[in-house]
Structure formats: structure tokens, C-alpha cells
Design a protein around this ligand. Structure first.
Ligand code: NAD
Length: 368
């Protein structure tokens, strides 16, 4: 089991250090190798995704990723901005399927800005297509101005595109995931989110979803326009099971869903290619506003490491152990600042490091 550890910028180093600690505590045979990515790689090598980092990622079974980006790089030409590293890894490794489970832990019901009855017991899965759509259409890579516009031009454009095979493969991922969830009590439902009332790409998306859906008679497929989906996610999130959507809509909806779980610091993600090689990262960014303060929540990254064990490394038992340890520390009342809420009796505010240590302790000596 070879893992590339790419911590990146901002809180990336702080949260990945805790996830690495948790992985080491499992005492499994795994090799971990670190490399620079994002702004720190640009500072050291003049590129956010240096060839050696890409080579390490390609040669590994899985990548544990922190986050990239900082406002100080905003003036760079787009191709050198830290965020290009993550787009480059997705494209180079063909990581087309992004899994973002949004689970509301019982203990964090009060940390969400929504009413407890809306989110208690929430367990939904957002599947976002990751290598197509407007982020990869023209004129990606052709922009050379620092302000996101063509030099000297009064207009800019991006092209939204999807091909049938791209939609087919993400559709299969979504229906297969719904089948798996159904086997353990899931609703057996896929909601495909698009904007087919105005976009041709969305019409193709919907048509292909319907076609592929016919191969899965045990799964109910429904469709929702993205504006309505954004509303329903906060109105009645529990009526969803698996949501499948394109790259841009998925980007926005999955961040929205993160707040259903209490904090973006709780939401893990997995991005897989067709051979189950994957990149595992928290759904949030590098949080420059809190970087270096030791207060970031490492749980999304630790839970991403659990997804890595399950999806790419064939270690489902170890994944369950991590997830149980996370539940145990939450049950003990430990909270980083973002999930502290109103505090109260039995609730203790902890640092990034203390949260990581507590997960390790719960792993080593699970509560009976
Ligand atoms: P962000 O996700 O970094 O932060 C949004 C808010 O959530 C901030 O207030 C932050 O403090 C808080 N937050 C995020 N993670 C947290 C955690 N683990 N614990 C506690 N609080 C947390 O989004 P942003 O501020 O819009 O972006 C900051 C930088 O991150 C930008 O450069 C952006 O491009 C980049 N970014 C990178 C990725 C990635 O690496 N995949 C994803 C999103 C944003």
C-alpha cells in the first residue's frame, strides 16, 4: 500500500499531520511518501504541480491530500495558481468520480445552522462528476492575464461541455453506489441534478441518466433542476439518498451540503478513477483565515483517510475502526472551534492536535 501524502497549503499541513498520525496508529503495512503541492510547490519549484509530485501521485495506490491555495497567489497567471494542482491531478489521473458523503453525527446536530429535526439522522451521498464540465472546457489553459480576463478584452467566456461516455460512467457510479447503500438500508434512489430547461449539456445529461437508469430496475431515478435542488437540500435534505450531478453544480451543492453536517470541517471526499486509484481530501480549502492557529478541524481529513482505506486499499475494517474512533471522540464531547456551537456541560474545546491525539487514543483503546 503506497500512499502519496500531499499536504499543500494553509491548514493542509496541520490537518494532514493528524490524519497521518491516525493511519500510523493502525499499524498496517503501508508506505507513505510526502511531496509539495500547491502554493508551497510554486514557491519551491515554480509550479503548483511539479513533475516529481505528479510522478509520485501516479505511482501510488492512493493520495492523501490536504488543501491548496492562498489569497497571496491570486495575482499569479492562472496556470501557476495553487488550485491548478488539484485540477491537474484530477485530469492526469482520470479522477472522474467524486464521492462526498454528508452525514450528520448525532452529537453535532446542534452545530448545524438548521433545525435539529431537519438534519438529525441525515445520511446522503453526493456524487460529483469531476473531469468534465465548464472547469475543463475552453478556454481553460489559454488565459494569461492575471485578472481572469483576456488581456485588453471586455469579455471572457468558459465553455460547458459533456460527452455521452463521460455521463455514462458517472451514471454507473451513482447507480452502483445507490445499490450498495440499498443493501444496507438505503432508499435505493438516485436524484440526477441538472439545468436541462436552459442548457444543452444538461439535456444530454438527463437523457443519458434515463438510459443508464433502465439498467438498474431496483433503483428509482428522479430528476431535479439545480436551483430547486439547492433549495430542497436545506428544506428537506433527508429526502435525498444519492445525488449525482456535474462538476460545477456538484461543487456548489456539496459545499452547501457540508453545512448540513455542522461544519465543512466534517466533510470528507474521495475522487476515484476507473481503477479505484483515488485522491482523498477534505471538502474544504486551505482556510488561510485560520492557518497556523492550530484550531482547524482535522476530522474531514481523518474521515477521508478512512474512505481511502475502504475504496483504494481494500481495508474496510480499518476504515470502520477510524470511523468508530471519530464517533467516540465526538461522543466524549471533544469539539474543535468550528463544531463547538454553544458549548455546554461535557463539551470541551480542543485544538487540531488534541483532536488528532484523541482519535488515535480511541483507535488504540476503543470504548467498550
Ligand atoms: P475554505 O474551505 O478554505 O474556508 C471556508 C471557511 O471554512 C473559512 O472560514 C475557514 O476558516 C472554514 N474552514 C475550512 N476548513 C475548516 C476546518 N477544517 N476547520 C475549521 N474551519 C474550516 O474556502 P475559501 O476560504 O473559500 O478558500 C480558501 C482557499 O482554499 C482558496 O485559495 C481556495 O481556492 C482554496 N480551496 C482549495 C480547495 C482544495 O484544495 N481542494 C478547495 C476549496 C478551496
Amino acid at each position: 500500500m503506497k500512499i502519496a501524502v500531499l499536504a499543500g497549503d494553509g491548514i493542509g499541513t496541520e490537518i494532514v499531520a493528524e490524519a497521518v498520525k491516525v493511519l500510523k496508529a493502525l499499524d498496517l503495512k503501508m508506505e507513505m511518501e510526502s511531496a509539495l503541492v500547491g502554493g508551497v510547490a510554486y514557491d519551491a519549484f515554480g509550479h503548483p504541480l511539479p513533475p516529481a509530485t505528479l510522478a509520485l501521485a501516479k505511482a501510488s495506490d492512493a493520495i492523501l491530500f490536504g488543501a491548496v491555495g492562498d489569497w497571496k497567489y491570486d495575482k499569479l497567471e492562472r496556470q501557476f495558481r495553487p488550485e491548478q494542482a488539484i485540477l491537474g491531478l484530477r485530469k492526469e489521473l482520470g479522477l472522474f468520480a467524486n464521492f462526498r458523503p454528508a452525514i450528520c453525527y448525532e452529537e453535532l446536530v446542534d452545530a448545524s445552522s438548521l433545525k435539529p429535526e431537519i438534519i438529525a439522522g441525515l445520511d446522503i451521498l453526493i456524487i460529483r462528476e469531476l473531469t468534465g464540465d465548464i472547469y475543463f472546457g475552453q478556454p481553460r489553459g489559454r488565459r494569461i492575464a492575471t485578472d481572469g480576463h483576456f488581456p485588453g478584452s471586455e469579455e471572457a467566456f468558459d465553455t460547458m461541455r459533456y460527452s455521452r461516455p463521460e455521463i455514462e460512467r458517472i451514471a454507473h457510479v451513482a447507480f452502483d453506489a445507490a445499490l450498495k447503500r440499498k443493501a444496507s438500508g438505503g432508499a435505493g434512489r438516485v436524484t440526477s441534478v441538472d439545468k436541462n430547461n436552459v442548457l444543452e449539456t444538461s439535456q444530454l445529461w438527463k437523457d443519458v441518466m434515463v438510459e443508464i437508469g433502465q439498467q438498474y430496475p431496483d433503483i428509482l431515478l428522479d430528476h431535479m433542476l439545480v436551483d430547486n435542488a439547492a433549495m430542497q437540500l436545506v428544506k428537506e435534505p433527508k429526502k435525498f439518498d444519492v445525488v449525482v450531478t456535474g462538476n460545477m453544480f456538484g461543487d456548489i451543492l456539496s459545499d452547501e451540503a457540508s453545512m448540513l453536517t455542522g461544519s465543512i470541517g466534517m466533510l470528507p471526499s474521495a475522487s476515484l478513477n476507473s481503477s479505484n486509484q483515488g485522491l482523498y481530501e477534505p471538502s474544504h480549502g486551505s482556510a488561510p483565515d485560520i492557518a497556523g492557529k492550530g484550531i482547524a478541524n482535522p476530522l474531514a481529513t481523518i474521515l477521508s483517510a478512512a474512505m481511502m482505506l475502504r475504496f483504494s486499499l481494500g481495508q474496510a475494517d480499518a476504515a470502520l475502526r477510524i470511523e468508530a474512533a471519530v464517533k467516540a471522540v465526538l461522543a466524549k464531547g471533544l469539539r474543535t472551534a468550528d463544531i463547538y456551537g454553544k458549548g455546554g456541560a461535557g463539551i470541551t474545546k480542543v485544538s487540531t492536535l488534541e483532536m488528532g491525539n484523541a482519535v488515535v487514543a480511541a483507535l488504540i483503546a476503543p470504548a467498550k
